[in-house]
Structure formats: structure tokens, C-alpha cells
Design a protein around this ligand. Structure first.
Ligand code: KIV
Ligand code: NA
Length: 276
């Protein structure tokens, strides 16, 4: 059965955990779809893990549409969530609705995600009113890296924790179907999850969330940048890829590849004539 926003609602009601992964291309998305992931987030983490930027700030709407569309081609049973890049929704409610619309119309997303609490609730409401489901994202919101002064755990003081709880409630009121909680203390994330009726999807937010999300290059050991504490390594694909690349290079150099089974034949009589 296909996953939709109703799946998210149903899982929260029935205490079932929601599994989300990021993907940025068709072939990876197909593998995740076949494995049975509930949703794929085409994150603006694209900028870091695929495009090689320092942070997510340089990612454009065109980048997001291009990759969301590729993912949508590969994943047929999975809810596709397109991430709204920096400055595609902060500027105005109008910009937010137009750009969310582009992610659906041109990118073939089923839903969009944007970062922020109270401040972006007018945007969330307007996008939802346009019949586009919205996932919010609070805690460590990477598009605010310059305002935060770096990537750091959020919500540790009483004031900051209260602000996150209030934001989660306002986001639910604004009509979001889910909230990503990134890098906040586990007990605070559990409390937020119990305080609202829409599911929370955690990353670095502990086991009390209603679901989890990970960047796939992180969980497969494919990203050579800094790996955060909250990442679990499920396979060392990076090392396996490097070993395969090394073997290929060696076999090209020593002539072992391609072997006869990798070659196409031609009739002996024809080739004799060609040689003259
Ligand atoms: O861009 C992204 O991959 C994200 C997740 C880490 C939640 O926003
Ligand atoms: Na993101």
C-alpha cells in the first residue's frame, strides 16, 4: 500500500514508528522504496552530501526540483517530501506558496518541508490551504547556521525548551502534518511528541519521537565530512565503494578487465576480410 500523509496520522494513532530517509536520486530512491521506507525526504542536505557545499544555504529551488523529480521517478509507494531551500519561503507567504507549488508541480513532491517555528506559521497555513501538506522542522535548523553561530544542540535551557514546545503546538495549529525535531535533548523531544497529535520525526532527538530520519550517506558511511553523534552506521558502503573502485582501476591497468565474457562477437569471416 502506498504511503501518504494518512499513513503518518495512522502510525501516530497506533503507536507505530515512522521510518524516513533522505534521497537525492532515482536509483537510491528505488532501493529505499523497495525496502519499504514510509517517506523519502529530498533534503536540502543535498547541498552538503551531493553538491559539496559547506552548508545548505546555497541550494536553489532549481536544485531541489531537479533532485525531487529524480527521486519521485524511483519511489512509487513512498511519500515524497521536498525540502524548501533557504530564501524560498522566509521572504513572504506568497513566495512560500509559489515555491511549495513548484516542488509539487515541477518536482512531483507529495509534500514539502520548511524550517522554523512561530515565524513561519503563516507560511505553513497558506501552503496547507493550497492543499500541499507541510512538514515543519524545529530545533537545529541548518538554514539558521549563521544566526546560531554553528551547528549545535538546541533547546537546552528552560526558556529555549519552552519556546520549542510552544512552536510545536503553533505548528500543529497551523496545519502541518508532521514536525522534524533535529538535535534537541531526547527527553524534551519525547515531551513535545506527547504534547501534540501530529507525528514528530527525530534526527538527533532520541527514541521518544514518533519516527526517525537519517541522511543516507551518513548511515551508510559514504560521507567523508564530520559525522554527528546521533548517526548510527548501518553499513560501511563508502569503504566498499572505494575498494571496488581500486580493484577496477587495477584491472583496467593490468588488462584483466574487460574479459571475454564482457565482449561482443563478430563472425570470423567478416573480421578476416576487414583485416585484409
Ligand atoms: O536536509 C535534510 O536532510 C534534513 C533532514 C536532516 C531532516 O532536513
Ligand atoms: Na533540510
Amino acid at each position: 500500500m502506498s504511503n501518504t500523509v494518512l499513513t503518518f496520522k495512522d502510525y501516530k494513532m497506533n503507536n507505530k514508528k515512522i521510518a524516513v530517509l533522505t534521497a537525492y536520486d532515482c536509483s537510491t530512491a528505488r532501493l529505499m522504496d523497495e525496502a519499504g521506507v514510509n517517506a523519502i525526504l529530498v533534503g536540502d542536505s543535498l547541498g552538503m552530501v551531493v553538491l559539496g557545499y559547506e552548508n545548505t544555504l546555497q541550494v536553489t529551488m532549481d536544485d531541489m526540483i531537479h533532485h525531487t523529480r529524480a527521486v519521485a521517478r524511483g519511489a512509487k509507494n513512498t511519500l515524497i517530501i521536498g525540502d524548501m531551500p533557504f530564501m524560498s519561503y522566509q521572504t513572504s507567504v506568497y513566495d512560500a506558496v509559489c515555491n511549495a507549488g513548484r516542488l509539487v508541480k515541477e518536482g512531483h513532491a507529495n509534500a514539502v518541508k520548511l524550517e522554523g517555528g512561530s515565524v513561519v506559521c503563516p507560511q505553513i497555513k497558506a501552503i496547507v490551504d493550497a492543499s500541499i501538506p507541510v512538514m515543519a522542522h524545529i530545533g537545529l535548523t541548518p538554514q539558521s547556521v549563521n544566526a546560531f553561530g554553528g551547528f549545535r544542540v538546541q533547546g537546552k535551557s528552560e526558556e529555549a525548551a519552552l519556546k520549542l514546545i510552544d512552536s510545536a503546538k503553533e505548528i500543529e495549529q497551523a496545519g502541518a502534518f508532521a514536525i522534524t525535531l533535529e538535535c534537541i535533548p531526547a527527553k524534551l523531544a519525547a515531551l513535545i511528541s506527547q504534547s501534540i497529535s501530529i507525528p514528530t520525526i527525530g534526527i538527533g532527538a532520541g527514541n521518544g519521537c514518533d519516527g526517525q530520519v537519517l541522511v543516507y550517506q551518513d548511515m551508510l558511511g559514504m560521507f567523508s565530512g564530520l559525522t554527528p553523534k546521533f548517526v548510527k552506521s548501518y553499513a560501511d558502503i563508502g569503504t566498499q565503494m572505494k575498494n571496488a573502485f581500486r580493484q577496477y582501476i587495477e584491472e583496467v591497468q593490468n588488462g584483466k578487465f574487460p574479459a571475454s565474457e564482457h565482449c561482443f562477437d563478430i563472425e570470423a569471416a567478416i573480421i578476416e576480410k576487414l583485416y585484409g
